[in-house]
Design a protein around this ligand. Structure first.
Ligand SMILES: [Zn+2]
Length: 210
């Protein structure tokens, strides 16, 4: 793409283009919006981007996003540490929390199994989940033994394959733990991230044993 933009403007457009759902035209519009914005607003945006990259990491227990070694959910004594909800991405924790029916803790895999895309079990936090389930004391002093693992991976081919793989591993290692899967009712092929809380609430309430 040849343009007559000054290099700094072109650089901003190029970076904005890397964001999901942002095409070249939108990137140009956003860049011009930023150029028109006050010095303070421009600096605040840049600062906010820098700050999340510097301060936000993954929880050492559940791999959700956090600015502390352990996230707020893992350190909350009011949460039921005997139930672990397994999701693909940190963004999937948000709809689960929004439905206000789940008071257990989470485990974020960091993706889903996909032989085509070369995502194998060791690329996800599956070993960490199995370790958490078989040695609950590793999660902290006075930790509650895990009673149930709710598999809330997306209702997609890769999400289903991931749920089945984990269910098999859990059955082999910890047969006493109930392994459940969110009920159908979630739109097939969609992401948990986009489920509304009523649909997700029903899917959670109707979860079945795997
Ligand atoms: Zn955590």
């Amino acid at each position: 793409m040849s343009t007559s933009y000054a290099p700094p403007v072109q650089r901003l457009i190029t970076e904005l283009c890397k964001l999901p759902g942002i095409g070249n035209r939108t990137a140009q519009r956003l860049a011009f919006h930023i150029l028109r914005a006050s010095q303070e607003d421009g600096a605040a945006l840049a600062q906010a981007v820098m700050e999340v990259k510097e301060k936000i990491g993954l929880c050492e227990v559940c791999f959700n996003l956090t600015d502390e070694p352990r996230c707020r959910i893992c350190t909350d004594p009011r949460r039921d540490h005997g139930v672990i909800c397994v999701v693909e991405e940190p963004s999937d924790v948000i709809p689960m929390e929004r439905m206000h029916e789940y008071d257990g803790v989470y485990h974020v895999l960091g993706g889903a199994l996909s032989p085509i895309e070369g995502v194998d079990p060791e690329d996800l936090k599956i070993a960490e989940l199995l370790a958490r389930v078989s040695a609950p004391t590793a999660a902290g002093a006075g930790a509650t033994p895990v009673r149930e693992v709710v598999l809330a991976t997306n209702p997609t081919t890769t999400g289903e394959a991931t749920a089945l793989h984990i269910a098999q591993e859990l059955r082999g290692r910890a047969p006493e733990i109930a392994v459940t899967r969110l009920a159908s009712g979630l739109p097939v092929g969609s992401d948990l991230e986009y489920a509304d809380e009523v649909t997700l609430g029903k899917a959670f309430a109707g979860r079945r044993a795997l």
